[in-house]
Design a protein around this ligand. Structure first.
Ligand SMILES: [Zn+2]
Length: 344
């Protein structure tokens, strides 16, 4: 039986068309009408027209209305009793049937994308899409990625602020290849899980871990790593990889205009990024040109690759650090890269 003295929970309301999330209070009257009330929301919905999601671990329960709007109800005291009063959970089968048109549409779209992808070439497509992604979306994606990474993977850097500022300042004053400036920002973070690493977000935010800085003997070596990362930014490699790994989701997201769901997948995609040899070679070439153009030796980057290799152990070797997130997994450091850099 439902406790009628407290049929009230809090949740989030989504209108089903935009990503706007509204904090609401849900209450249930004795006539079986759900009242959703909050900032900009005041709707009454008979429970008969509400689809209730099945309980799934710690996931929020969803109450979906006929027009596609839905409420997300997080775990809280009395939540399950409240949901039970709204109605029984839909089974997977019922839900799948009610969404058959969506499912078939998705399948067809997927097949078309796969067919076109193979014929035309996913990398080519990714490059074209990446070129057309508006700067505002790139910034939003990158900012949300950094926020998420700061929550789950990073801690504030323990390096002296004076050193961080000095490195970032020096890097800012280097002349980029061809004199074409690439907007960027250098940030430092500590991270137990990621180890010695550097990664570039598509917006140009380059994150260097304290562990990587500790591997270096002088700031020139850090600058060398930064020029390589700036090469990835300049060539939009991260964005292209991201598009390749999720063309379907990306196109849909872009079409629908909801960046938030895509942003959630960005950190994992970027952290597990496996750039192709071509991307690495292009970033190395960019880095080497930038180093040379500023009176620094491309060999600095080669020696950094060797240090990273030594710190992480060569691929396949038995080491304590087999993190898939390590620098070498994301930037395959091969002998050929080191040798190529020494020849510049
Ligand atoms: Zn790289």
């Amino acid at each position: 039986m439902t406790d009628l003295t407290a049929p009230r929970v809090t949740g989030h309301y989504f209108d089903g068309r935009t990503s706007a999330r509204r904090d609401v209070t849900l209450s249930l009257d004795t006539f079986g009408v759900l009242h959703v009330e909050g900032s900009g929301v005041d709707r009454f919905e008979p429970v008969a027209g509400i689809a209730v999601s099945e309980p799934l671990g710690g996931a929020p329960r969803l109450l979906t209305f006929r027009d596609g709007a839905y409420c997300e109800v997080m775990a809280q005291a009395g939540r399950d009793a409240f949901i039970a009063a709204v109605g029984p959970p839909e089974s997977h089968v019922v839900r799948a049937q009610s969404r058959w048109s969506w499912a078939i549409g998705s399948a067809i779209l997927l097949l078309v994308v796969i067919a076109v992808g193979y014929r035309v070439g996913l990398p080519w497509l990714a490059e074209k899409i990446a070129e057309r992604i508006p700067a505002s979306m790139v910034t939003t994606l990158s900012d949300q990625t950094l926020t998420l990474l700061d929550k789950v993977a990073f801690e504030p850097s323990k390096l002296p602020e004076e050193r961080r500022t000095r490195i970032a300042d020096r890097f800012r004053h280097l002349t980029p290849p061809g004199g074409l400036p690439v907007p960027h920002e250098v940030l430092f973070r500590a991270s137990a899980g990621i180890g010695a690493n550097a990664l570039a977000l598509p917006s140009g935010t380059i994150i260097v871990t304290d562990a990587l800085v500790k591997l270096t003997e002088n700031d020139d070596e850090i600058l060398a790593v930064l020029t390589h990362e700036l090469g990835h930014v300049h060539e939009r490699h991260g964005l292209r990889l991201l598009v390749e790994s999720s063309v379907v989701g990306f196109v849909l997201t872009w079409y629908i205009g909801d960046v938030s769901s895509l942003a959630a997948s960005v950190p994992a995609a970027l952290l597990q990024a496996k750039f192709s040899r071509e991307h690495e070679a292009a970033a190395d070439a960019y880095g080497a040109r930038m180093l040379k153009g500023n009176g620094l030796s491309p060999a600095l980057l080669a020696s950094m690759l060797e240090k990273l290799e030594a710190s992480h152990g060569s691929p396949g070797a038995a080491t304590d650090d087999k993190s898939i997130n390590d620098y070498l997994a994301s930037h395959p450091a091969t002998r050929e890269r080191i040798e190529a850099l020494r020849k510049y």
